[in-house]
Design a protein around this ligand. Structure first.
Ligand SMILES: [Zn+2]
Ligand SMILES: [Zn+2]
Length: 280
């Protein structure tokens, strides 16, 4: 099969459900040519889903062991999925830049409420609705604006290669208020956002994690044409937390990308990012 790669994946070092080696073995058995790990980077507080700093040496060491062991079978790369939290904690922060990583994914999962309390908005739609009502006074537009403001700030600060699940909030927001994505202010917000992403030259992942369950990619397929027109480089990632899902939604994503006019995706080969033809 073609274009079998994935650079967004989690393991027992954060909230993934198997050890790194099991993911590697699944990737090899499915014919993947390269594979990357991107554990949730440590935050300044403990969560159930992020790695702790004391595990970092083990994470890097285990990766080196696997890279050596599986040389010739698959090209392995090591990264982190790093949150933009505040101007003190983001992908360009010195503590993350100092790590010997091949790449970094920049993502937003958390937002401050009016009192500065950090709220995890990357939750199921019913929980999201409760949070918007209980923590943000029911002001969905404000939550959305804050989400993209933080993403834009992260984009400005840099320090990462791949924009993680670029518009993930859209599913929950659309569930909260159906039709939102067609509202003129949201349409223009997204146009401005992707234009800023394109200007900075980031790789935008087409995140397939929820495709089979929720029927959408992140970013939503409706933006693929715009991304192509803006000259954005894309990459298909499954954001897998389970080894058996490393290939989930991939074929559908490639189909949608081709329909939107994309001819290449970015893959890691021979120690660097390369533009590779779709369907080669
Ligand atoms: Zn994420
Ligand atoms: Zn992830």
């Amino acid at each position: 099969m073609c274009n079998l790669t994935n650079y967004h994946s989690h393991s027992l070092y954060c909230d993934g459900r198997a050890d790194m080696e099991t993911f590697v073995r699944f990737a090899i058995s499915q014919g993947f040519s390269s594979y990357g790990f991107s554990s949730h980077a440590p935050l300044p507080f403990t969560t159930a889903w992020t790695m702790e700093w004391d595990m970092m040496p083990l994470y890097l060491e285990e990766f080196r062991r696997l890279k050596e062991k599986y040389t010739g079978q698959i090209e392995l790369v090591i990264g982190l999925e790093i949150d933009y939290l505040t101007d003190e904690n983001h992908p360009a922060s010195a503590c993350f830049q100092a790590l010997p990583l091949d790449y970094r994914i920049g993502s937003v999962h958390l937002l401050p409420d009016a009192n500065g309390q950090i709220i995890d908005v990357d939750v199921p739609a019913d929980k999201f609705k409760q949070l918007v009502d209980s923590s943000f006074g029911g002001d969905l537009n404000q939550v959305i604006r804050c989400y993209y403001q933080n993403l834009l700030r992260m984009i400005e600060l840099g320090g990462f290669d791949i924009l993680g699940h670029a518009d993930k909030i859209h599913y929950n927001a659309e569930a909260y208020r159906p039709g939102l994505m067609d509202e003129p202010w949201y349409v223009s917000l997204m146009q401005d956002y992707f234009t800023a992403v394109a200007q900075k030259g980031y790789i935008v992942e087409i995140n397939t994690k929820a495709y089979h369950d929720l029927g959408t990619f992140y970013p939503n397929e409706r933006y693929f044409k715009l991304l192509n027109e803006l000259g954005v480089r894309v990459q298909v990632n499954s954001d897998s937390h389970y080894p058996e899902r490393i290939n989930s939604g991939r074929a559908d994503a490639f189909q949608a990308l081709k329909q939107a006019g994309f001819r290449t995706v970015v893959e890691w080969h021979d120690g660097t990012w390369q533009a590779c033809a779709i369907g080669r």
